[in-house]
Design a protein around this ligand. Structure first.
Ligand SMILES: Nc1ncnc2c1ncn2[C@@H]1O[C@H](COP(=O)(O)OP(=O)(O)OP(=O)(O)O)[C@@H](O)[C@H]1O
Ligand SMILES: [Mg+2]
Length: 286
């Protein structure tokens, strides 16, 4: 098991001295290969806090997170001696806000920073930068630009390129497609699917888009009020009555199917994933 959470609790300190409990008793296991996980849940439910534990950016207040055999616990002296660099190379995390990740004068310097830090030679890192900038839908010309003068969507792409250049085993992306136009969003999701399928890597994506969840996820995690309340497949989730309680939407195709069933007073025994499947179901009952 690449990542294992055991009874993890996390507290953010508040100004008034009281602590805010952002993670409560999280137990979770993630494999190194073969998973395409979407992590969902309403705003403030603890998603970003959870993924920042996956490469030891945050450490549990109680409990532990074991990442590739290294047990991360509360900030003890023992833990301070642990080298975190290898973990951060293995589990690449793209932040929700690219501004947190971009800090160099040029896009190129930003992208090669990670690989160089992990011991890759500069010329090899530059070659990688030229590849990944294209993978995320930008051109080589962007490499000489300042990351601070880019649009929101371009910054997002550069921050993703920086993590791809590190060639992590597990790719964790915190809302990677928010703020992108529909074409750009689809292209990036296809890229992540390719990384998952061709390179057999685990990809974890935080998203608020239920269509993405239904189309791509092999496994869905739901956070609600700092707790992990669901760990299973999407079809099972969208059948569950709890989605109302957890403030989640339905994917468009399920919403449309539900309305059709109601209006036509019919009931299908499964829910379709796309229009073709819906059409087949309709042919079966009409
Ligand atoms: N640095 C911080 N200090 C104090 N509280 C914080 C801090 N960061 C987050 N929180 C609180 O912890 C809770 C969980 O935040 P988190 O960012 O993990 O939510 P999220 O599920 O990623 O939400 P969103 O969908 O809006 O990105 C929120 O209530 C938030 O206000
Ligand atoms: Mg978040």
């Amino acid at each position: 098991m690449a990542i294992k959470f055991e009874q993890v609790n996390y507290l953010y300190p508040s100004f008034d001295g009281s602590n805010f409990s952002a993670l409560e008793n999280i137990d979770l296991e993630i494999s190194e290969k073969g998973e395409f996980i979407t992590l969902i849940g309403e705003t403030g439910s603890g998603k970003s806090t959870l993924v920042q534990h996956m490469n030891a950016l945050l450490r549990p207040a109680t409990g532990s997170v074991t990442i590739y055999g290294i047990k991360i616990q509360k900030n003890t002296n023992k833990n301070k001696k642990i080298k975190l660099n290898p973990l951060r190379q293995k589990v690449g995390l793209v932040f929700q806000f690219p501004e947190y990740q971009l800090f160099e004068e040029t896009v190129l310097k930003d992208i090669i920073f990670g690989p160089k830090n992990f011991g890759v030679k500069e010329d090899v890192a530059i070659e990688r930068a030229k590849e990944v900038i294209k993978l995320v839908g930008l051109t080589e010309e962007y490499l000489e630009r300042s990351p601070f003068n880019l649009s929101g969507g371009e910054k997002k792409r550069v921050s993703i390129a920086g993590i791809l250049a590190m060639e992590p085993d597990i790719l964790v992306l915190d809302e990677p497609t928010s703020g992108l136009d529909p074409k750009g969003r689809d292209a990036l999701l296809e890229l992540f699917t390719e990384i998952h399928k061709k390179l057999d890597k685990t990809v974890i994506i935080i998203t608020h888009d239920m269509n993405t969840v239904y189309k791509y996820a092999t496994r869905v995690l739901v956070m609600h009020d700092s707790e992990l309340v669901f760990d299973g497949n999407a079809s099972e989730l969208f059948k569950s009555e709890n989605i109302v309680k957890w403030n989640l939407d339905l994917p468009d195709i399920i919403e449309i199917t539900n309305q059709l069933e109601k209006k036509l007073d019919i009931s299908f025994n499964t829910k379709p994933h796309n229009v073709d499947e819906l059409f087949k179901l309709m042919k079966g009952v009409l």
